[in-house]
Design a protein around this ligand. Sequence first.
Ligand code: BES
Ligand code: MN
Ligand code: ZN
Length: 531
Amino acid sequence: MQFSTKIFAQADINNPKLLKSSLVTLLSQASDCLVLAYSKADLDALGSAKSKTGILLELDRLLNGSVMHANLVGDLDALQASTCILRADPSWGKSGVKVKRILLVSLGDVSSAVARSLTAYSKIARATLKQLSGGSIQNALWFIPSFALGHRADFIAEEVRLAIQYAGDQAYRFGVRHPSMKFKAKDKADTFAHLIFAGNEACAKELKSAVSEGAAMVEGMNLSKDLGNLPPNICTPTYLGKTAQGLSKKTGLKVEVLGRKQIEALGMGSFLAVAKGSDTPPQFIVMRHQGGKAGEAPIVFVGKGITFDTGGISLKPGEAMDEMKYDMCGAASVIGTMYAAALMKLKKNVIGVIPTCENMPSGQATRPGDIVKSMSGQTIEVLNTDAEGRLILCDALTYVERFKPKAVIDVATLTGACIIALGHVHSGLFSEDEGLVQALTNAGHASLDTVWRLPLDAAYHEQLKSNFADVANIGGRPAGSVTAACFLSRFTEKYKWAHLDVAGTAWKSGAAKGATGRPVPLLINYLLEQK
Ligand code: BES
Ligand code: MN
Ligand code: ZN
């Protein structure tokens, strides 16, 4: 899917003097479908004898009564996100109309603040995209100022990025981008190919940057979804390393992939304890995007890359175990975010770090009761080999100290307990840095890829006490997500840190089984908000 912009300098539908000429310009574009929005007030005006203006009335005059007719047969509704398609008839040509269809979308009663919220807008965007897809529409011209009625100008960027995010979600089909991924030959996207966002002078700058940011984000999300959905016999640690290196050739990201010997040399005894049970070698991936000044402190993302989690010797039950191929979704989201940041030439220094291996049972595997030494020097009593995510992350968190980061955010499908706490709605957010909590919460609201804060205080650390080592790797059933985060926090004392538990949000189960691409939108919006 392709996204682009088209600027009509003078088009302004909020100025009654310019309304007619704006519509004439838009209608004269060769497009499969022009998308325009109307409010409840516009619809009221259409039905009233006294009104002389409003987008629907003006449009009706230009379309020889087509809008009145649609209203007469009951196709127009004031209810927010209701839609109506007007199809070209021969009489339109006389007025110079070139668009083949007009999709009218209701903004509802825009005098209410709720109707102007981003959540309300997201419903409108979804309804619009649904109408545009599945039929013969190939390209659409979406006039953004008609949706921005009563909105702040800076809101437009969020709205446009969100629309692109949704369009990307709608168009995504597993494995259509890379020939090596074609497992289901016929799975083709049944959606339109080109979405053009139209604007005017007043929003041109915001619009252009939002479209290129949104398009880059969709690329990052698609890659992240593909990596998550790939089967675990193909998406191995080596495959993740090769993928990262491939991006380096494509975008100029600097990528380093360390193998077992180098990981041993770094003293990552905890990470290696997880990798031990598998015949496939572990990899430690470092990706750098240098878009900022040379000495500028980087933002660092760390992603959990367990390419398959059997539980190890503490073997998981068989039901839905296939879904543990998704245990590398943290890693996939970091790779996707780095790719998007590079594509949008973000003017910041960003580093992505990924410890990746399999968690398998074997004669070589770590046993419950084993004690291992982490890179930080702290010893860990492994009481459950299925709590492996924290064991690979803790060494990565120690490793990133060398970057003197501005902030470190790790992303992990860390605990089943997080699904019990938050379901599949919000990702779990753990941090003691109020600034980071605020920034991530805001980024979640802007992308509707939301987070919910859970606690991380000293009281929970009690549960991780070990009689034989500095710390145990499990804290029992109560507050399982919190004790997992507490474990990680012991390795993050040198910098500002937040942990995202995406166990409930990174993929969907059941009939719609598939990776969601979350939290790429959250991380991209976070990066864009950093001044
Ligand atoms: N990858 C799992 C967490 C998980 C489970 C995510 C199910 C999504 C769905 C993680 O490695 C794990 O197994 N965690 C254990 C921790 C426990 C042993 C303390 C869990 O959640 O059961
Ligand atoms: Mn596990
Ligand atoms: Zn796991």
